[in-house]
Design a protein around this ligand. Structure first.
Ligand SMILES: [Zn+2]
Length: 327
């Protein structure tokens, strides 16, 4: 501790809400007496109501010297003893230090969320440079550096440190609270949108894009009679991969003389996709599959005149034109 000056000045500490934090005014004893109370109050820019002098009240105030309590705190303390003032400041610094540790933990969780969001955005193929770059770095200085040599630091330094740190913490806390609320919501909305997109038949089910028969009425390729074609035929080579047009649940993997080996996948909103004439199926009924998963191999089984995939989209048990769905 530095040596006490012969004549100790008086230190007026003013604690306001967290935005304004700690303010300090040094006053010599005669000056303090000379300055009317109204003038002191005008320095703080606040009409302050309470003067606390009992040590019980001061220790209660110290207990409240966390950001949460500071928000509602509008008080004035007059301290006549410099040692006591320094001690109180030390306490404030220690509390800020604890606050810093909490803020640090808080920030880690925000970073994790941010990382999650960034990964998600990258997975979606968006430009990650748009995302908020290192928001947490706006904090000034390393909070862990606060606990160190505070005893040797002069009062003003500590006051400034406390003041700045409080302001920083308040800003960071507000920012983090906003982010903590917003990021999970954004992730949730994005995930829902993605799920909706992937659950709608939109992916072309084969490598080949050679359409040999379209949806609707046509002449039957085997007996020549007019018939309704409930899907589209895509020519390909036997063994070519067949992809799920959308995420969903496999509801049937079966074989019939007309359809050959076939797979049906159920999707939300009463939608189904049907894959006929497969050479083989690589999924089983009940499997949960993602859009783009391989569900089997293109083939020529059943009532078919050559290797092709008959692809059907069924909505509420009625076949609809698949070209209205897939790209
Ligand atoms: Zn067909």
């Amino acid at each position: 501790m530095k040596p006490k000056p012969a004549k100790q000045p008086l230190t007026l500490l003013v604690l306001r809400d967290a935005q304004h934090s700690v303010k300090q005014v040094h006053l010599s004893k005669p000056l303090l007496i000379a300055v009317p109370a109204a003038a002191i109050l005008s320095i703080t820019g606040l009409i302050l109501s309470m003067q606390i002098q009992s040590s019980r009240d001061i220790s209660e105030l110290e207990r409240q010297l966390t950001l949460q309590h500071l928000k509602s705190l509008r008080m004035e303390i007059t301290v006549s003893d410099k040692e006591a003032a320094i001690e109180r400041l030390n306490q404030a610094i220690i509390q800020l230090s604890e606050e810093a540790a909490q803020t640090d933990a808080h920030m880690k969780s925000v970073r994790q969320l941010e990382e999650q969001l960034r990964t998600f955005i990258q997975e979606q193929g968006f430009d990650p440079s748009e995302s908020s770059e290192d928001i947490s770095s706006s904090q000034t200085g390393d909070p862990s550096s606060m606990g160190g040599e505070y005893i040797a630091v002069y009062e003003q330094d500590m006051l400034h440190l406390a003041e700045e740190t409080l302001d920083d913490f308040e800003r960071i806390r507000n920012l983090m609270e906003t982010m903590e609320k917003a990021i999970p919501r954004t992730l949730d909305h994005a995930a829902q949108a993605q799920h909706q997109r992937e659950s709608t038949p939109s992916r072309w089910p084969t490598e080949s894009r050679r359409l040999t028969s379209s949806f609707g009425y046509r002449s039957d390729p085997i007996n020549g009679r007019s018939a309704f074609h409930a899907g589209i035929d895509i020519a390909g080579s036997r063994g070519d991969p067949v992809y799920a047009a959308a995420s969903g649940t496999v509801s049937a993997v079966e074989f019939s003389s007309a359809r050959g080996r076939y797979v049906i996948i159920d999707h939300p909103d009463g939608l189904q996709t049907w894959y006929l004439h497969l050479d083989r199926a690589s999924v089983e009924a009940g499997d949960q599959i993602k859009q783009g998963d391989i569900i089997g191999a293109l083939g020529n089984t059943g009532r078919s005149t050559g290797a092709h995939l008959h692809f059907e989209v069924v909505k509420n048990n009625r076949p609809v034109n698949p070209l209205h769905f897939v790209d």
